[in-house]
Design a protein around this ligand. Structure first.
Ligand SMILES: [Zn+2]
Ligand SMILES: [Zn+2]
Length: 306
């Protein structure tokens, strides 16, 4: 299985347009040992020919252009077989509206996520201009599905969605009660090799479902949004703690590094990293801590083969 990180930052990207935190100022000025990052999206493929996107960021056009295997091979064509969505936050699905150039799209999502995206959304009409412009394929929690393109061409990849502790996107917070199908992680299994990618880019806590999703995976991508609970308030960037935003911090005695110490996966990678996170700096103590524990920090253009 081939895995290509198209974007590795949390919502807002790195640097974020309205952020003057030390990280964002430093990366703009070139005074920091750190690399700019676009918002989270990852491409996976079994054969290197047909690709599947995990999340569709607002920077999707630039991200597709950044990776030649995603370029068209005919006057009207895309090697992107389908797009999978982990939750309804706009940094994960707003890019769908940018793929509006009359091309048939296949989207895998839970029914909750589908409704959250299309209901009451007049902008969705841009993806509903002809029959079959979007084919939604419903993911049911705990049920493995074969990934296929619009023609039903098999990909050799199977996906299982796992409900993870999360929260409703901000624009739906007033609209009802949260549900486990609002925020999911993926276990993607390659049929031929049996190799498993566990992709959990937004996780509020480590519970049994999360542990089961990670169990036996060859490669793990995990929520790396914040280093500490008090990161945003501490930098004067807001009042919310990491947990209020349904992101388990990486550091600290109860953070994901400590909680996931026993993982056997060959590659363990933090993704969806917020611009405020000190582990973005290549020479920070936090980065050294992550690396000493056998984890990596995703960057745009990173490739993993399992
Ligand atoms: Zn996000
Ligand atoms: Zn910043």
């Amino acid at each position: 299985m081939l895995i290509r990180v198209l974007g590795s930052a949390a919502g807002g990207g790195f640097p974020q347009w309205n952020c003057g935190c030390p990280n964002c100022r430093g990366v703009r000025a070139g005074s920091l040992k750190a690399t700019a990052r676009t918002q989270e999206s990852v491409a996976v493929s079994s054969d290197g020919d047909q690709w599947f996107l995990l999340n569709c960021s607002p920077e999707i056009r630039q991200q597709i252009e950044s990776f030649p295997p995603l370029h068209p091979r005919a006057p009207r064509h895309s090697p992107i077989g389908a797009i999978l969505i982990t939750n309804g936050d706009l940094d994960h699905c707003l890019g769908l509206l940018s793929l509006r150039e009359s091309h048939p799209l296949v989207i895998y999502a839970t029914e909750r996520l589908r409704r959250g995206f299309i209901e009451g959304n007049v902008l969705y009409r841009t993806l509903d201009r002809f029959p079959g412009q979007v084919t939604w394929r419903t993911l049911q929690l705990g049920k493995e599905e074969e990934l296929a393109d619009v023609d039903g061409r098999s990909s050799g990849l199977l996906v299982e969605a796992i409900g993870v502790p999360g929260k409703l996107p901000i624009h739906l917070e007033t609209g009802g009660r949260p549900d486990p199908a609002d925020s999911v992680g993926f276990r993607i299994r390659e049929r031929a090799s049996g190799r498993v990618l566990a992709y959990l880019s937004g996780v509020g806590a480590v519970n049994d479902a999360v542990r089961r999703a990670l169990d036996g995976a060859d490669c793990v991508f995990f929520d790396g949004t914040f280093w500490s609970s008090e990161e945003l308030p501490g930098l004067g960037l807001g009042t919310k703690r990491a947990e209020d935003m349904a992101h388990l911090p990486v550091g600290g005695p109860d953070g994901s590094l400590a909680r996931l110490g026993g993982l056997a996966a060959r590659r363990r990678i933090f993704i969806h990293v917020n611009n405020s996170n000190p582990m973005l700096r290549d020479d920070s103590p936090e980065r050294a801590h992550v690396q000493a524990a056998g984890w990596e920090v995703a960057h745009d253009g990173m490739e993993v083969r399992i």
